[in-house]
Design a protein around this ligand. Structure first.
Ligand code: KIV
Ligand code: NA
Length: 264
């Protein structure tokens, strides 16, 4: 696969073509994911849970994110690499720039941060300095203590309007992408149609421009119950690489996610 850039993915949105994103945290899996034509790898702070066994993403540090981002970059075969800025590493715009520099120098090509319009100043400063930003809205796991649990966001009218407004403000501030987690499908559709930047969904229904899953979830190896937006792609695959390939194909042709994987 030739190198995927922001330009490639923006053009996909304009053409109405979907793309697939999958988490990876090391070189071997980055190699497998990118060789299976998944357009983007997310080095998510979900690694706190799936690799470290923490019960939230809060303990993850910038140094740990940099270590995994560098590992992914070494195995990557042309996918675009997005890395999460971890909890409290972007509490001020200055801190956001310092933390983003570490991840970009480790091999990230875009950074993701969680939150609404309070992020606008950081997003602008990063974008002006050449760092593309993805803003993560809806269920923002770093705020789990404030949200009172992992629950669907934007179900009430006020919350929905605020999220739509935040999305527009973040685009205006210079965000290059948005990610919506656990948002009603109709709201995700509305937001996707109201911004020109690509919108990645997880638990956000079938209408976003792209989809992301945590690798361990889609391989069916996450212990315990998985959320309803997850599909086990190993169930019908004969290898891990085949599961990755089917995931990419099903996202691009709109078979995954189906309405049943979303929230009303
Ligand atoms: O950390 C992560 O894997 C994420 C996805 C669940 C969107 O942020
Ligand atoms: Na994350």
């Amino acid at each position: 696969m030739s190198n995927i850039t922001l330009h490639t993915l923006s053009a996909r949105k304009q053409a109405g073509e979907k793309f697939a994103v999958l988490t990876a945290y090391d070189a071997t899996f980055a190699h497998l994911v990118s060789s299976a034509d998944i357009e983007m790898i997310l080095v998510g702070d979900s690694l706190g849970m799936v690799l470290q066994g923490q019960d939230s993403t809060l303990p993850v540090t910038v140094e740990e994110m940099a270590y995994h981002t560098a590992s992914v970059a070494r195995g990557n075969q042309g996918a675009m690499i997005m890395a999460d800025l971890p909890f409290m590493s972007y509490a001020t715009p200055e801190q956001a720039m310092e933390s983003a520099a570490v991840l970009m120098q480790a091999g990230a090509q875009i950074v993701k941060l969680e939150g609404g319009d309070w992020l606008c100043e950081s997003v602008s400063l990063l974008a002006e300095r050449g760092v593309p930003v993805c803003a993560h809205l809806g269920l923002t796991p770093q705020a789990v203590n404030k949200l009172g649990g992992y629950r669907v966001q934007g179900r009430d009218r006020q919350g929905a309007l605020k999220m739509l407004e935040d999305a527009k403000r973040l685009e205006e501030a210079g965000a290059s992408m948005l990610l919506l987690e656990c948002v009603p499908s109709l709201l995700a559709d509305e937001i996707t149609r109201n911004v020109d930047i690509p919108v990645i969904g997880i638990g956000a229904g079938p209408h976003t421009d792209a989809q992301v899953l945590v690798m361990h979830d889609m391989l069916g190896i996450t212990p315990g119950r998985t959320p309803k937006f997850v599909k086990n792609f190993m169930a019908e695959a004969d290898s891990i690489q085949d599961a990755f390939r089917q995931y990419g194909e099903q996202v691009r042709d709109g078979r995954f996610p189906a309405e049943e994987h979303g929230f009303e």
